[in-house]
Design a protein around this ligand. Structure first.
Ligand code: UD1
Ligand code: CA
Length: 446
């Protein structure tokens, strides 16, 4: 007995004309993952025998394509032609084929599973347009009873059909043999002079095939053709990410102002104030407070940490339990020990700071000599005075102190006080005499 194999073709070779971009719409970012990356992420969870990406000759290779077959569509002659191109790479022993538009990143695994499990010869995902988008230029589906019998592109539809809210999602499942038989029958006589994949539906009916439309939430099938649609899809993804985190016990104050990445992890009872940005690879544990205007990227904040407002944390930085970062503090590749603090106007790069140390306002690690980066190591319970410049490589011992305004160029032993600044001299009454002399000079000129 031969096994039943379902393969998949993703149509991703379009020219993205309506997006007005030098970058294909497939590679625009949505919460830290490309549009195509979202589509792949969802499809990779189905038991597909293979995935074929129909790609443009302008992007013959891309990191997103790895693990999958690629078919280059030399000329963009329409979705039907793109499917024909994908077929050149499809294994002969495939039983069913799922065809997905690469610009439809909101489909959920539950919906794709329904399509995957359909028993019809040709099944498609359709949706009902929301009232405020009734003139969106999606293909309209014509039904015969419950079964779809034709798809007419918006450009080709008459007014009555354009008023119909039932739209084609561009996602189909079809028997491989049927697809092989019908694809050569597509023509390009239509408003766009393109080979429309959508014509498969009425041709399938003419060949006595069974058809099925699976109705899903419009928010899942929304496609991206324009910047405005890109923004709408992005907002839906952000909303989904926030909803999952809220369900897990995270508080967002003014949720719409937070931006998350698909891989953002945040623990229970953490509070996110308005206007916080989470770029890729951020892990936040429980009971953390992230104050407004923080920008976090590639970092870990452990239980009970507090950061911001206006903190920038990146480069693999780790803040251990109870550490605190205040306003206008930047951390790059820095490890802050338990309960360590840097509360004001500070740059710490390539540094390790021991437990309970305090970094005074205005402290800077001078970590870059123009060629190489160097490390700063600060022990436990050290007290770095305000406006200290730590010229790396340098190490500061446990329990030591640096005097405010010091430039520290040599290692400081434990328990020591390091002073690296000019000695102060006070000139008695100097200011008084100076001011009197200058005033007399100015008065003489009147
Ligand atoms: C398509 C459908 C429309 C449906 C809508 C859903 C057709 C003719 N129309 O319209 O019924 O409502 O999707 O979003 O199929 N592509 C190629 N090569 C080409 C042309 C397109 O790979 O030569 C790819 C694009 O990159 C895109 C997908 O196919 O990912 C769909 O193409 P697009 O031009 O966006 O079709 P729509 O006009 O949105
Ligand atoms: Ca589209």
């Amino acid at each position: 007995m031969t096994s039943h194999k379902t393969g998949c073709i993703i149509l991703a070779a379009g020219q993205s004309k309506r997006l007005k971009s030098s970058v294909s719409k497939m590679f625009h970012d949505l919460a830290g993952r490309s549009v195509l990356g979202h589509v792949l992420h969802n499809l990779e969870q189905l038991a597909l025998s293979e995935i074929i990406i129909v790609a443009s000759p302008l992007t013959p290779t891309h990191p997103d394509y790895k693990h999958h077959k690629v078919a280059i569509q030399e000329e963009q002659l329409g979705t039907g032609h793109a499917a024909m191109t994908g077929m050149t790479q499809l294994s002969d022993d495939t039983s069913d084929v799922i065809i997905v538009c690469g610009d439809t990143p909101l489909l959920t695994i539950e919906t794709l599973t329904k399509l995957f499990e359909s028993k019809s010869d040709l099944a498609l995902l359709c949706a009902t347009l929301p009232d405020n988008q009734r003139d969106a230029p999606y293909g309209r589906i014509v039904f015969d009873g419950d079964n779809p019998c034709r798809i007419t592109e918006y450009k080709d539809a008459n007014t009555a059909l354009r008023n119909s809210p039932l739209i084609n999602s561009g996602v189909y499942k079809i028997r491989h043999n049927l697809l092989k038989k019908l694809l050569p029958l597509l023509s390009n006589i239509n408003a766009s002079s393109e080979y429309y994949l959508t014509d498969l539906v009425h041709i399938a009916i003419e060949h006595n095939a069974t058809t099925q439309a699976i109705n899903v939430d419009f928010n899942e099938v929304a496609g991206i053709n324009t910047r405005a649609e890109l923004e709408k899809v992005d907002a839906i993804i952000q909303g989904r990410l926030r909803a999952t985190l809220m369900a897990n016990g995270v508080t967002f104050q003014q949720p719409d102002t937070t931006r998350l990445s698909v891989d953002t992890q945040i623990g229970q009872d953490t509070i996110i104030e308005p206007c916080v940005i989470f770029k890729k690879n951020v892990i936040v544990e429980n009971n953390v407070k992230i104050k407004s205007f923080c920008y976090l990227e590639d970092c870990t904040l452990r239980n009970g940490v507090s950061v911001g407002p206006h903190a920038h944390i990146r480069g693999g930085s780790v803040l251990d339990e109870g550490a605190e970062i205040g306003n206008f503090v930047e951390l790059k590749a820095t490890h802050l020990g338990k309960k360590a603090k840097a509360k004001h106007l500070t740059y710490l790069g390539d540094a390790t700071i021991g437990e309970a140390s305090n970094i005074g306002a205005g402290t800077i690690t001078a970590n870059y000599d123009g060629f190489f980066k160097h490390k700063t190591t600060i022990g436990e319970r050290a007290h770095i005075g305000a406006d200290t410049i730590l010229v790396a490589p340098v190490s500061i011992g446990n329990d030591s102190i640096t005097a405010a305004g010091s430039i520290i160029t040599a290692d400081v032993p434990m328990d020591a006080l390091a002073i690296g600044r000019a000695l102060q001299t006070n000139k008695q009454e100097w200011a008084k005499h100076y001011k009197a002399k200058m005033k007399a000079k100015k008065d003489a000129l009147k």
